[in-house]
Design a binder for this molecule. Structure first.
Ligand code: NAD
Length: 435
């Protein structure tokens, strides 16, 4: 089976590499020449564990290639995946579909056989209808079918998520298109690693938004319970464990922290609310979630200021972890941005360290000094704030930190250190949702 992947970002590159690893012949297309040049030189344009090895192996096997020429990628393809970005449209929060529609048009202009066009990007309900209309307008005799196949992988664990997903959702009512999609995902059904659910196209599109909104609600719920714990004297981690052991609730996504960020939840919850609004069907729980999460990020900055005695002018704060979560270099909508801005607005100087995110963080942060290591960031600072729970921050020498900080204050926004351990090391620990 020959597959074209249009868009070679976090989703397109991982999907393309995994499909080629399944044995398909895959051409990854991107209009960003630097990305494609890097990939030709076997340099990954993003940080994702295991990706470089997977790409190299499949390039060597002759199943995976890269090009900026969409026509070359689409030529003879049985399935053409659209994996371009769908960011928030400036100003109104609707998903910006201009990249999807531009890709659809270009694909239609270059089809050489009746391929299945698969939207992998996260797109609002009805986008498939518009893609179908564009294809019919540009290439009326192409015989192409339009399918929705939203992606659920998580950055940082993207390869295992793609190869062993909880489920695959395929949205189409067309039997020929279903057959092609069965072939695409055959390796998953052969080893029974994931159910492939065939549904209508609109249902598939909505399923992705419903999943992300539900997860955003879950995170925000435990964050608000954390706030209440702080007021009434409870430990949110124990509450989370206590409720999470109930199978109806489940333990995942119950870690209180500085609020959700990243390239998906913020924009997808907003886009879902727009769809709800356009259809006069309010989603009040999602609305409240978006509001609570927005205010939370800055509130976390204020929490640090309060822990530092309410005055940070002229003080230096060491921030560990900038990316929106560990094991990625993705800085899109990272909580660190709001936390740092709040500290700077109050007059603090920020010194930061992140294992992989500095290159992407640099253009987004003004007047931040970037350190080469966690300890270099901490050296002589007035307080340490852990914003992202990279593994390398889980085993820091707390005694050394207590000695190197000017004041031994650790604000742990991910609750990775037990209070007793911090106390033994002579650190004052402020966590989330613990009194
Ligand atoms: P990204 O910004 O990392 O990558 C998109 C790529 O598409 C870019 O490299 C861009 O140059 C390229 N592109 C845009 N228009 C093009 C065109 N006409 N031809 C060729 N290339 C083109 O985006 P991403 O994070 O991979 O997300 C892609 C989609 O997948 C979005 O809709 C997102 O919501 C969804 N998604 C993302 C994740 C995630 O964790 N990042 C998970 C699930 C779903």
């Amino acid at each position: 089976m020959r597959i074209a992947m249009i868009g070679t970002g976090y989703v397109g590159l991982v999907s393309g590499a995994c499909f080629s690893d399944f044995g398909h012949e895959v051409v990854c297309v991107d209009k960003d020449e630097r990305k494609i040049a890097a990939l030709h030189a076997n340099v990954m344009p993003i940080y994702e564990p295991g990706l470089a090895e997977l790409v190299a192996a499949n390039v060597r096997a002759g199943r995976l290639s890269f090009t900026t020429d969409l026509a070359e990628g689409v030529k003879d393809a049985d399935a053409v995946f659209i994996a371009v970005g769908t960011p928030s449209r400036r100003g109104d929060g609707h998903a910006d579909l201009s990249y999807v529609f531009a890709a659809a048009r270009e694909i239609a202009e270059n089809l050489t056989k009746p391929a299945v066009i698969v939207t992998k990007s996260t797109v609002p309900v009805g986008t498939g209808d518009e893609v179908e209309r564009i294809i019919a307008e540009v290439a009326p005799d192409s015989g192409a079918k339009v399918v929705s196949n939203p992606e659920f992988l998580r950055e940082g664990a993207a390869i295992s998520d793609f190869k062993r997903p909880d489920r695959v959702i395929v949205g189409t009512d067309d039997e020929d298109a279903r057959q092609v999609m069965r072939e695409v995902y055959r390796p998953l059904s052969l080893n029974q690693s994931a159910p492939v659910l065939f549904v209508g196209r609109r249902t598939a599109e909505l399923t992705k938004y419903a999943a992300n909104a539900f997860l955003a609600v879950k995170i925000t719920f435990i964050n608000e319970i954390a706030d209440l714990c702080e007021q009434v004297g409870g430990d949110v981690q124990e509450v989370a464990r206590g409720i999470g052991l109930d199978n109806r609730i489940g333990r995942k996504f119950l870690n209180a922290g500085p609020g959700y960020g990243g390239s998906c939840f913020p924009k997808d919850t907003l886009a879902l609310l727009k769809t709800a609004d356009d259809n006069d069907t309010p989603l009040r729980i999602v609305e409240a979630t978006v509001q609570a999460n927005d205010s939370r990020k800055r509130a976390m900055g204020r929490k640090v200021i309060k822990a530092m005695g309410g005055e940070v002018r002229g003080k230096t704060v060491a921030v560990l972890g900038l990316t929106f979560k560990p094991n990625t270099d993705d800085m899109r909508d990272a909580p660190s941005l709001a936390v740092i801005q709040t500290l700077q607005d109050a007059g603090a100087t920020v010194r930061a360290y992140d294992p992989e995110g500095v290159e992407q963080a640099r253009p987004l942060l003004n007047d931040v000094a970037f350190a080469d290591s966690a300890y270099a960031a901490i050296d002589g600072a007035d307080a340490l704030v852990i914003v992202t729970e990279w593994d390398e921050f889980r085993a820091l020498d707390l005694g050394r930190i207590a000695r190197t900080l000017k004041t031994p204050l650790l604000v742990d926004l991910r609750n990775i250190y037990p209070p007793a351990e911090a106390a033994r090391a002579g650190l004052t620990l402020v966590g989330v949702g613990r009194d």
